[in-house]
Design a protein around this ligand. Structure first.
Ligand SMILES: *[C@@H]1O[C@H](CO)[C@@H](O)[C@H](O)[C@H]1NC(C)=O
Length: 376
C-alpha cells in the first residue's frame, strides 16, 4: 500500500513535471512553463487577494440640476409676490453649485439721494459735523458722507441708495413652502480608461416616470428627484430652521464600481451633509447675500429694490473609483506586453501546444468577456 501510495504520489509528482518536461524539449517553452506558474499565482491573487485590479480614480463627470415648485409670499409693505424657480434659484442655469432663496429682507423703492446712515454701522455714528468728513465713504457702510451729522438718528448724512436697508430678518422663513420644492439631479459619469459610462437616471421608455417618482434608495435608486425637506433632514437638520438663516448642504454622489461585475452593479450612492456648521461654533452658520432689481419710472429715472436673501446653498460633489482586472493580469504575468504578444502569436501560428493554447485562450476569454473556456 505504501509503495502504491508512493507510486501514486510519484505519478502525481511526475505528472506535474510532465508539463515542464514537455517544455524543456523546446528551449523556448521554458518561459511558457514559468508563465504557467505565474498564471497560477495570478489566479491565486485573483481569487484570494483581489489585489489584481487596475484602478481608476480620475472619474469624469457632469452634473445638471433643475428645481421645480412655486410659492406665494405676502409681506405687508410690499404685497404678494409669486416665486418660481426663475426667481428663487441663483444662478438659474442648472449648475452643480446653486442657491435657493428661502427667506429675505426687501427694501423697495431705493433711489440715489441723501439720507441717514444706519445706526448699525459704527463708522457712520456721530456727535457733531466734524465726525462726518465730506466726501469720505462710510467704512463698511452704505454711502458717502456729506459733512452733516443728523441729530435725529445720531448718524452722518450720506449720499446713497435711499432709504438704506432697515428691517430685520423675518424669524419664520418667508418661503416656508420651499420644503416641498423638488430638485432633479442629472449626473453622468465616465471612466475613460475603461471606456465605461453611466448615468444616475433610469433608462426607461416610460416618459412619465420622472414626473411621478421620488428618490428612494431601495425602491427607486435611479430616480434622482429629491424633496428639499427630505434632503435637508438627511443631513440631520430641520428644513425650516435652516431656511430662516440660510445654510450650506453638500450632496455627495459616490460611484464605486467593480467593472469585472455586471453593469447593474455599478450604482450611485448618495449622502448629504451640512457644510456651514461645526460643533463648537454656530455663530458663523447661515448663508445670505444681497442683490438688487432695477426699474425705471415714467420719468426715465432709475430706482431699485434691494434684497437681502437667506437660503440654502447646495454643492453637488461626485467622486468614484472604477476597478478592472484584465489589463493588470497581463501586466503581472508578462513583463512587457510585447512579450505577451510575441508569445501569443507564436503559439497561435504554430498551434503547437494545447495546454499553452488553452491558457492564453483563457486570458483572452477573461479579458474580453466572451468565448468558451475549455480546460483539458
Ligand atoms: C408641503 O406639502 C405637504 C403635502 O402636500 C403639506 O402637507 C405641507 O403643508 C406643505 N408644506 C408647507 C410648508 O406648506
Amino acid at each position: 500500500v505504501l509503495v502504491e501510495g508512493m507510486a501514486g504520489w510519484g505519478g502525481f509528482f511526475f505528472s506535474l513535471l510532465n508539463y515542464k518536461t514537455e517544455k524543456y524539449v523546446i528551449a523556448e517553452n521554458k518561459r511558457i512553463g514559468i508563465l504557467f506558474r505565474l498564471y497560477q499565482l495570478a489566479v491565486w491573487v485573483f481569487v484570494v487577494k483581489k489585489g489584481y485590479q487596475e484602478k481608476e480614480e480620475a472619474i469624469q463627470t457632469s452634473v445638471i440640476t433643475k428645481l421645480k415648485g412655486v410659492t406665494l409670499t405676502n409681506v405687508t409693505e410690499t404685497g404678494p409676490y409669486l416665486w418660481s424657480a426663475e426667481d428663487y434659484v441663483i444662478p438659474p442655469n442648472g449648475e452643480q453649485v446653486f442657491f435657493i432663496v428661502t427667506n429675505y429682507i426687501e427694501t423697495p423703492n431705493q433711489r440715489l439721494g441723501f439720507c441717514a446712515e444706519s445706526f448699525k454701522v459704527p463708522n457712520g455714528r456721530c456727535q457733531s459735523d466734524e465726525d462726518c468728513i465730506e466726501g469720505e465713504p462710510v467704512t463698511a457702510g452704505h454711502g458717502i458722507k456729506t459733512g452733516l451729522c443728523l441729530n435725529s438718528t445720531g448718524t452722518c448724512e450720506i449720499y446713497a441708495w435711499c432709504p438704506v436697508e432697515y428691517s430685520k430678518r423675518p424669524i419664520e422663513p418667508l418661503l416656508r413652502e420651499a420644503e416641498n420644492f423638488t430638485i432633479y439631479i442629472k449626473n453622468f459619469i465616465r471612466f475613460p480608461k475603461f471606456e465605461f459610462s453611466k448615468s444616475n437616471v433610469l433608462e426607461t421608455s416610460d416618459e412619465g416616470y420622472l414626473k411621478r417618482c421620488t428618490h428612494d434608495s431601495e425602491k427607486h435608486p435611479y430616480c434622482p428627484i429629491f424633496h428639499l425637506k427630505d434632503l435637508v433632514s438627511r443631513t440631520g437638520h430641520d428644513f425650516q430652521e435652516m431656511a430662516a438663516k440660510g445654510g450650506s448642504v453638500g450632496i455627495l454622489i459616490k460611484w464605486i464600481c467593480d467593472l469585472d461585475k455586471d453593469y447593474s452593479y455599478c450604482n450611485p450612492q448618495y449622502s448629504f451633509t451640512r457644510l456651514d456648521i461645526n460643533l463648537n461654533n454656530s455663530m458663523t452658520s447661515g448663508y445670505n447675500f444681497r442683490y438688487a432689481r432695477y426699474y425705471k419710472d415714467h420719468n426715465g429715472e432709475t430706482y431699485r429694490s434691494l434684497y437681502k436673501v437667506y437660503g440654502i446653498r447646495f454643492d453637488i460633489m461626485v467622486n468614484g473609483q472604477g476597478a478592472f482586472a484584465c489589463d493588470m493580469i497581463l501586466l503581472y504575468m508578462m513583463n512587457t506586453s510585447s512579450f505577451y504578444r510575441e508569445r501569443k502569436f507564436e503559439i497561435i501560428n504554430f498551434k503547437y501546444d494545447k495546454h499553452v493554447f488553452t491558457f492564453t485562450g483563457f486570458i483572452d476569454d477573461l479579458c474580453h468577456g466572451w468565448g468558451q473556456l475549455t480546460i483539458n
